[in-house]
Design a protein around this ligand. Structure first.
Ligand SMILES: [Zn+2]
Length: 270
């Protein structure tokens, strides 16, 4: 989610209050429930007025109360630039910067916003009512909006490994795999720990770690190179050493995803 929050800030700083003159869909598979023609028809002549993030979804409101929903998948991003994209593309276009552009929003000021996605897990759709969309998708509260008492209740009423719970978007929206590992490292909890085994103090610690890690990652613009060396992230991977105790990090598959952790610092019995 920190990356989605930084895309939100980027979009807010570049692309609001400009009339959309055209929408160029280059890869229709990112479109969900809307055709390229309909997307272009409904957005043309409007402008983006504001945006709202919930979990990993970014909703952009166009005037007239229509929302564009962007989901960045694994590799999606935004790029705002002068309209060189509009010019006929050279034969070597495959090698050019715009090769992963899936949808291009062109503005009246001759700039455009590109939704880029290398690995094609991104999604673009239109939404009439964001709250209704969130309800229908069954998404939980955003990880940065949730209160300690809500967090407590959530953990108290669900079973499973703590990491699986953190990753479940229907319980808490916005925590991805690497940040879940980072949060658990900060709270010194083994990712395989059953939530039912967490004492009240540990739950409070986990709650604080969730907020701290997400906020710091947003400040660092989700840029891996700007993450503190004391974090797990720069060391995550085969042969990586725990930045706290120097022991080799371990990995395990939990909830279908690879977890990295320090078996020494992150005590299973908490
Ligand atoms: Zn350690």
């Amino acid at each position: 989610m920190p990356d989605v929050e930084s895309f939100k800030r980027y979009l807010d700083a570049t692309s609001l209050h400009q009339r959309i003159t055209s929408v160029d869909v280059r890869s229709a598979y990112v479109l969900k429930g809307v055709s390229a023609r309909e997307l272009a028809r409904r957005l043309k002549g409007r402008s983006f007025e504001s945006s709202r993030r919930h979990g990993k979804h970014l909703f952009v409101r166009a005037d007239g109360d229509l929302w564009l929903r962007l989901h960045f998948g694994m590799t999606g991003s935004l790029r705002y630039s002068k309209d060189q994209e509009q010019a006929p593309r050279p034969a070597s276009a495959e090698a050019s910067a715009g090769r992963h552009t899936r949808v291009l929003f062109v503005f009246a000021n001759a700039h455009c916003l590109a939704f880029e996605d290398q690995r094609k897990f991104g999604e673009v759709s239109l939404v009439e009512d964001v709250d209704e969309y969130l309800r229908k998708r069954g998404l939980g509260p955003d990880a940065l909006d949730i209160s300690l008492s809500q967090f407590r209740e959530l953990l108290g009423t669900h079973r499973g490994a703590v990491k699986t719970i953190l990753l479940n978007q229907k319980l808490i929206a916005g925590i991805g795999n690497i940040y879940a590992d980072e949060i658990l490292f900060r709270a010194r909890i083994n990712p395989a720990t059953q939530v039912s085994a967490l004492k009240e103090k540990k739950v409070a610690k986990l709650f604080r770690a969730t907020r701290d890690i997400l906020k710091k990652a947003i400040e660092a613009k989700a840029d891996m190179d700007r993450m503190p060396k004391s974090w797990l992230l720069p060391h995550r991977g085969k042969g990586g050493k725990c930045p706290r105790c120097g022991r080799e990090l371990k990995s395990a598959t939990i909830g279908g995803r690879t977890a990295w952790f320090c078996a020494h610092c992150q005590n299973r019995t908490s």
